[in-house]
Write a protein of this length. Sequence first.
Length: 109
Amino acid sequence: MPSNELIITVMLPFGLTKRRAHYLASCPILDVHSQGETAEKAKANLVEALSLFLISCLERETLDTVLKECGFKVAAARPKQARQENYVKVPIPFRASHKPSYNVSYNAC
C-alpha cells in the first residue's frame, strides 16, 4: 500500500435470507440491503453497497448525522469480539492528495 493511502475496515452485522431465486443480504442497523444469485454474491454485493454508502456519507460530511440517526454513539469501552460469521468487513479507502512530509524543522526561539 502506498504511503498516502489508508484503509479503515468497519465490521457490521448482517443477515442473509433466501428469497425465491435470489438471496437477500441485509445490514438492518444501517438500513442497507442487496441481493445476489448466490449467498456469496449477495454478501459481496452488500459489502459493496455498504462501502459506497459510507464513502458517500463521508464525502457529503453527513456520516456523524447518519450514525446518530441510526442510534450509534461513541462507546465508552471496547465491545467484546463478536462472532465473525455474523459480520461483514467493509473497507473504506482513503488517499491523501499529497505525500506527507516527515521532515520537521524547529526554529530556535
